[in-house]
Design a protein around this ligand. Structure first.
Ligand code: FE2
Length: 364
């Protein structure tokens, strides 16, 4: 079956002459006596039912050019040939500019008009094929992208789970640090979100939270688990853990900035921290956030050398050390966060019963 052509003309004679000729040629034919009737037919039957419109230029209410514009906007896959009794060249130029496939002047002979109809139909077909191929490619790209994103997510999840497992293995050696890295990672994400840091960086800081103490694997258990005061030498040994952490994760190039956050998580704003004694903004923001999250967990859950505190005590402690040990900006954001969402922090504490010790015997 050949394509369907819609003939639009307010002159009944033209409509019947053209439709009979087109049907004899083997086309399917639809007719309309006005532009609005043509649009109604298209809306009712859908744009895929018609390949080509032959429209008269001069019709009452809506002209052929206006119909052409409407078709271009609403039914872009249909081709339009404009027919006019007016031989004015400007009209032809205007029609072609607006997207007509051809401009035919009346009176016309069938043997002249038919080849031009075939040519227009061929162009519509090519354009449709092109469009379909484009859509097919877009769909393909979309589905491939979705699959890649999914793959990336699951790899990321696998990576985080692995990192978490490593942290858990180290923490399992010490009752007081069980779950510490995961909680620190969670606080890191809270603070970074509160400070409106971009998503990728939030993720980096979160991962640094999980990894920051992996270096403790290189510290003697007798020192890590000690509940009495550390000797100077023992404290010096503890201070090596950020660099040991870095050594462990250094070969993983994908960790990027995570490494410097891990390395510098014991630096202090006033330059008295370790390993490099960095000062103020020399310390990467991720490390400044991590240092606060780390200290918070010690205060909130407690250690063998540190009793768990309530939130007011924690806030007081942060205020006392703001601008010396900690970056004041991060402290302010964190205090605001604690006040806004005490519920979440209390929930973490319920899930991780705090360690109550009265003495604070660690050297720190
Ligand atoms: Fe640490």
């Amino acid at each position: 079956m050949k394509d369907r052509i819609l003939v639009v003309d307010d002159d009944e004679n033209v409509v019947s002459y053209l439709s009979i000729a087109l049907i004899q040629e083997g086309f399917q034919c639809e007719t309309a006596s006005s532009a609005s009737e043509a649009l109604t037919i298209l809306r009712r039957n859908g744009q895929k039912t018609v390949t080509l419109i032959l429209t008269d230029m001069t019709m009452p209410v809506m002209s052929g050019i206006e119909l052409l514009e409407q078709v271009q906007r609403q039914f872009p896959i249909i081709g339009v040939i404009v027919i006019s009794g007016d031989k004015n060249l400007n009209l032809a130029v205007e029609a072609m500019k607006k997207g007509a496939l051809d401009f035919i002047t009346k009176p016309f002979k069938l043997e002249i008009i038919l080849p031009r109809i075939y040519k227009a139909i061929e162009r519509v077909r090519l354009e449709r094929e092109n469009r379909e191929y484009q859509e097919y490619l877009e769909e393909k790209v979309e589905s491939r992208t979705a699959a890649l994103i999914e793959k990336h997510r699951s790899l990321q999840k696998l990576f985080l789970n692995t990192v978490e497992a490593i942290a858990r293995a180290i923490e399992a050696k010490d009752l007081y640090t069980v779950g510490h890295s995961k909680r620190v990672s969670k606080y890191c994400a809270y603070i970074a979100q509160k400070m409106a840091i971009d998503v990728e960086e939030i993720h980096n800081i979160e991962v640094a939270g999980l990894l920051h103490d992996v270096g403790k694997i290189g510290i003697a258990d007798s020192i890590l688990g000690k509940s009495t005061k550390l000797s100077i030498d023992e404290y010096e040994s503890i201070k090596e853990h950020p660099l040991i952490s870095l050594k462990i994760i250094d070969p993983i190039k994908e960790l990027g900035r995570v490494k410097e956050y891990v390395k510098y998580h014991h630096e202090k704003w006033d330059g008295t921290g370790y390993p490099d004694g960095l000062k103020g903004e020399e310390i990467p923001l991720g490390a400044r956030i991590l240092s606060i999250a780390d200290a918070f967990d010690t205060m909130w859950i407690g250690r063998q050398y540190h009793a768990a505190w309530n939130l007011d005590q924690v806030i007081q402690e942060f205020k006392r050390n703001s601008g010396t040990q900690f970056d004041g900006k991060v402290v302010d954001a964190f205090i605001e966060l604690i006040r806004e969402d005490e519920v979440s922090f209390n929930k973490i504490r319920q899930e991780n019963p705090p360690h109550f010790k009265t003495e604070q015997t660690h050297l720190q």
